[in-house]
Design a protein around this ligand. Structure first.
Ligand SMILES: CC(C)[C@H](C(=O)O)[C@@H](O)C(=O)O
Ligand code: SF4
Length: 426
């Protein structure tokens, strides 16, 4: 009997546990990336001596290069060389084919009922698969690499229950922003968020990942969605491992937030916090210097498809730049086959290699003082994309693309209205 978080931990431990319990669990997978692995290595070297200096299980430890790839500075290149040396010592591959949170599921490492820890705050994305995924600091990750175990205080759960039907032009990202608006940036501190309801059930894995990904923007430890046939279908061909679909049973939630999505409009989060959310139509006069379509929140094939359908045969506004970065190589290749990359390039966008891109301002697409960006990212913190006086606005791929066409924040419904793309995209 319990919430999805309680059920996952009970399943892992083979005994019933509940929120508030502190447990030590054998983790299923451990992940760190190019910017967090160097620190983890330092801690690991101290900790792992008695293990013969080896990671607990080569098949469950994952080094991903995604944040600054290919390296853009000498400092980044040097740190990456350090990680490569470590990877050789440990006989571990380096996964350099996209954003960690996209690549981990694609490789079949994220399975329902499992526990996954990552040295990145958006490791909560794995919750979309009914896995307890959470971010940890590099030292905790070093412990997990050395021992294969982590300790957890099982979190209380906030249930976000979504009903109704989305209007054309309104997407999973808009609903996610509405949830942050209602709960606030610390409304789920140390809690798990469990997303339920007919809207979630209808959503694809990609859309579900957008929700789970943004749980941390409310302080959430995890953003859980019970696995179902949609999950099974997505995982088919990606793993031959057995897994158990764990569900909540008579859960006792700390709080329930019900949202009927029917009247929601396209939304934009304004700087400097993700919960400063306004309907796009109310902030339409804001001029934008750069739009960015990508990241672990919205850099997947369906996101690119929405943008490609809107940009086909058109040019972006001469007053801004557009950067498009597919979240993984798999997505990049499929987008290429479908002709999306060609549409982006012909429209005037810069298409980048899979990875985090401009998301943390350390690769390319950096903002100058006072510039404004509208992006599909999950965070709009001050200074994140470059100069601290630059401003970051967040929206759906459709809102970002509509804005690319006009040069100022634009409600995508004004562009989509007369188009077939409306019915295709929803
Ligand atoms: C660089 C990394 C530690 C960071 C995180 O943990 O989230 C980044 O991915 C981010 O999105 O801000
Ligand atoms: S895409 Fe952005 S939010 Fe996601 S892991 Fe990379 S830097 Fe973090």
């Amino acid at each position: 009997m319990g919430t999805l978080a309680e059920e996952i931990f009970s399943h892992k431990l083979g005994r019933p546990v509940k929120a508030g319990d502190t447990v030590v669990v054998e983790v299923d997978h451990v992940m760190s990336h190019d910017t967090t692995t160097p620190l983890a290595i330092q801690a690991f070297r101290k900790l792992a001596q008695k293990n013969g200096g080896k990671v607990f299980d080569r098949s469950r430890a994952h080094l991903v290069f995604d944040h600054i790839v290919p390296a853009s500075t000498i400092a980044a290149a040097s740190l990456q060389r350090e990680v490569r040396t470590f990877a050789k010592e440990q006989d571990l591959p380096i996964l350099q084919e996209g954003i960690c949170h996209q690549v981990m599921p694609e490789k079949g490492f994220v399975l329902p009922g499992t526990v996954i820890v990552g040295a990145d705050s958006h490791s909560c994305t794995y919750g979309a698969f009914g896995a307890f995924g959470t971010g940890m600091g590099s030292t905790d990750i070093a412990v997990a690499y050395a021992t294969g175990r982590s300790w957890f205080r099982i979190p209380e759960t906030i249930n976000v229950h979504l009903t109704g039907t989305l209007q054309p032009g309104v997407y999973a990202k808009d609903v996610s922003l509405e949830i942050v608006r209602r709960l606030g940036v610390d409304g789920a501190n140390y809690r798990a968020i469990e997303y339920t309801g007919e809207v979630i059930e209808r959503f694809s894995m990609s859309e579900r990942m957008t929700f789970s990904n943004m749980a941390i923007e409310m302080g959430g430890k995890a953003g859980l969605i019970a696995a179902d046939e949609t999950t099974r279908e997505w995982l088919r061909g990606r793993t031959d491992k057995e897994y158990t679909i764990v569900k909540a049973h008579n859960p006792r939630y700390e709080q329930v937030l019900e949202i009927d999505v029917t009247d929601l409009k396209p939304l934009v989060a304004c700087p400097p916090d993700v919960n400063i959310v306004h309907p796009a139509e109310e902030v339409e006069n804001i001029q934008i210097d750069q739009v960015f379509l990508g990241t672990c929140t919205n850099g997947r094939l369906d996101d690119l498809e929405i943008a490609a359908n809107m940009l086909r045969g058109r040019k972006i506004s001469p007053n801004l730049r557009m950067v498009v970065i597919p979240a993984s190589r798999e997505i990049y290749l499929e987008a290429m086959r479908r002709g999306y990359l060609e549409i982006f390039a012909e429209a005037g966008a810069s298409v980048g290699t899979p990875g985090c891109g401009p998301c943390i301002g350390r690769h390319f697409g950096v903002l100058a003082p006072g510039e404004r960006a509208l992006t599909t990212m999950n965070r709009n913190f001050t200074g994140r994309m470059g100069d601290p006086t630059a401003e970051i606005y967040l929206g759906s791929p459709a809102t970002v693309t509509a804005t690319a066409l006009t040069g100022h924040i634009t409600d995508p419904r004004t562009i989509l209205q007369s188009e077939l793309v409306l019915s295709e995209a929803n």
